[in-house]
Design a protein around this ligand. Structure first.
Ligand code: AMP
Ligand code: MG
Length: 310
């Protein structure tokens, strides 16, 4: 991990010139650009091949800076105090005089915001005079990146600069919670529904099947573009098998997310493992049943979406 000032300064130079750069976060790596600039943010969509109607999450250093762009409320403050900086994104009302580019919101009156905890990205955010729009640094619908190398694999020469921050500690995207009206979880992620519920002491809405208005909630996503079979015990010949429990026998086709059902560890290893399986050119993946609680629910959510492609 190279948290030295010269790299941060280099990053700032690119960003100030309206260029995109790769940034490490505790969830996954992001592709970042000045959220106030239409020139810069349009490059994110182009590089990611992301549909224009899929709004971006904006990353802030702290509350004070956020207040320039968004209306905040009591529910937000409760969650912010408990979970930020960290793997949770909030949908808030955008202020009328906000400078956020219309590209970021797709013209909406709401904004998704997050306060990442990764020390390098915090160091960067602290030194900028604009927040960073930063979706995951992968080509749209593909596997999210959890290391500098993954980002390189996605964009090659099209992305000149990536800040190195080692492997993402959480390895799965942020939880998105809409708190404009009644609190509603829009995407499962690094903070569980139960943690949020406990903090708010309120009913929390979560609909598993939302209309695919926002592509993060859409069908194919997080996908290795390899056939996936879920909840299975048996593996076919030449098929990769994803496991969370140690097996007695060994096989080159076994890929462990965890060896002792540690679901947090399994989530962290999910995208990395899918990438390895893809590199080894497997044509099909079987996945052992993963309990649908805690991080298991998030893993199942991602695998389900990853399995949709035809
Ligand atoms: P990503 O940037 O790839 O982590 O995905 C961000 C997710 O946040 C996408 O699913 C977006 O659709 C969702 N999102 C961003 N802004 C909003 C918003 N204003 N309202 C609802 N969802 C949003
Ligand atoms: Mg994404």
């Amino acid at each position: 991990m190279k948290n030295n000032l010269s790299n941060i300064k280099k990053a700032i130079k690119y960003l100030d010139k309206n260029q995109c750069i790769g940034i490490p976060t505790e969830t996954v790596y992001g592709i970042a650009a000045n959220a106030y600039s239409s020139v810069a943010t349009s490059k994110i969509y182009r590089l990611k091949k992301r549909p224009k109607n899929n709004p971006l999450i904006v990353h802030y250093f702290n509350l004070e800076l956020l207040k320039k762009d968004c209306e905040i409320n009591k529910i937000f403050l409760k969650l912010y105090k408990k979970f930020s900086p960290g793997p949770i994104s909030y949908i808030l009302k955008l202020k009328r005089n906000s400078l956020i580019s219309k590209n970021v919101t797709n013209g909406k009156k709401t904004l998704a915001v997050r306060f990442p905890s990764h020390p390098i990205t915090r160091n960067l955010l602290k030194r900028l005079n604009y927040p960073l729009a930063a979706p995951s640094a992968n080509i749209s619908t593909k596997i999210s990146p959890v290391s500098k190398k993954d980002v390189k694999d996605e964009f090659g020469k099209n992305l000149e600069f990536i800040l190195d921050g080692d492997q993402s500690k959480i390895g799965i995207e942020s939880t998105i919670v809409n708190i404009v009206k009644k609190p509603q979880v829009l995407r499962l992620g690094g903070i569980s529904k139960e943690q949020i519920k406990k903090c708010l002491n309120l009913n929390l809405i979560y609909k598993k099947k939302t209309k695919a208005i926002y592509p993060g909630q859409g069908k194919t996503h997080y996908s290795p573009y390899i056939k996936l079979r879920l909840n299975t015990k048996n593996v076919n010949k030449n098929e990769a098998l994803i496991l969370i429990n140690k097996r007695k026998n060994r096989s080159k086709n076994y890929f462990y997310l965890s060896k002792n059902k540690n679901l947090k560890e399994a989530a962290k290893n999910l995208y990395k493992t899918l990438r390895i399986i893809k590199k080894r050119k497997f044509k099909s993946i079987a996945v052992e049943k993963i309990p649908n609680n805690g991080f298991g629910e998030v893993i199942n959510d991602r695998l389900k979406r990853a399995s949709y492609f035809k």
